[in-house]
Design a protein around this ligand. Structure first.
Ligand code: NAP
Length: 256
């Protein structure tokens, strides 16, 4: 018997087999969840479809989260195929590469707006559509954040500010949706090599820094993030909402 037997979930943010969302999907599927997947563009569909197929997914849908009509279409299809929803995984972020190279001061209005729209606002947009399908169920919404939301991490810049908005959104959404029984939480993951992290200048320095400074003296894996995602998605975390849980080898507790 799995922890998520009979549960229905949707995963936003699988780009390839290195994606944190993919590690989470595998873990949730192993515990019995039936999953739907989305992809951001045609190029991505080629990579996401075989992965989703390998978990027996029936719904593999296009969704650029900056497009309200695409979000609406996804949840219309979820309603007709699943009837309800128990789990939503939001593992999406984007900023212009040039905004992750120099300093925060140089961030353009458009770059700021784009990072906020894709990386922060999208959680609220998805949660609003998901809520009617989740109401009255033991439902869980979870997102991925990073320490750069709270402290200055060189070159994380506009993404740090977007993650700060995302973490605040988690708290406000948890307060709005709690009375309906829907929990909303974030996992603050340590650095992991993925397509998205490859866009951050000096990412290898971040990995090295964690290895030297974190209490566990190592980096973390996507599978370890997935373990916490499973906890948050399941009834093991039935009393937990509005939280940011760290999976970072303890890095964030260090002062010096
Ligand atoms: P990833 O595999 O590149 O996943 C990022 C996903 O965001 C991709 O599937 C990407 O699709 C999607 N995305 C970007 N713009 C989108 C849009 N407009 N509409 C829909 N989807 C869009 O990288 P990842 O590292 O696993 O990232 C997943 C989450 O974890 C992100 O929120 C990231 O900030 C967070 N996180 C990552 C780390 C790390 O070190 N890797 C650490 C802490 C937190 P496209 O490829 O089509 O753009």
């Amino acid at each position: 018997m799995g922890l998520l037997d009979g549960r229905k979930g949707i995963i936003f943010g699988v780009a390839n087999e290195k994606s944190i969302a993919w590690a989470i999907a595998q873990k949730l599927h192993k515990e019995g969840a039936e999953l739907a997947f989305t992809y951001a563009g045609e190029a991505l569909e080629k990579r996401v479809r075989p992965l989703a197929d390998s978990l027996g997914a029936k719904l593999i849908l296009p969704c650029d989260v900056t497009k309200d009509d695409q979000i609406q279409a996804v949840f219309d299809q979820i309603r007709s195929a699943f009837g309800h929803l128990d789990i939503l995984v939001h593992a999406i972020a984007y900023a212009n590469k040039e905004d992750l190279k120099t300093d925060f001061l140089s961030t353009s209005r458009d770059g700021f707006r784009l990072a906020q729209d894709v990386s922060a606002y999208s959680l609220t947009a998805l949660a609003r559509h998901a809520a009617p399908l989740m109401e009255g169920r033991p439902a869980s919404i979870l997102t991925l954040t990073y320490y750069g939301a709270e402290k200055v991490v060189p070159r994380y810049n506009v993404m740090g500010v977007a993650k700060a908005a995302l973490e605040a959104s988690v708290r406000y959404l948890a307060a709005d949706l709690g009375p309906k029984g829907i929990r909303v939480n974030a996992i603050s993951a340590g650095p992991i090599r993925t397509l998205a992290s490859a866009g951050i200048s000096g990412f290898l320095d971040m990995l090295h820094h964690v290895e030297v400074k974190a209490p566990l003296r190592r980096n973390i894996s996507a599978e370890e993030v997935a373990g916490t995602a499973l906890y948050l998605a399941s009834d093991l975390a039935s009393g937990v909402t509005g939280e940011v849980i760290y999976v970072d080898a303890g890095y964030h507790i260090m002062g010096m």
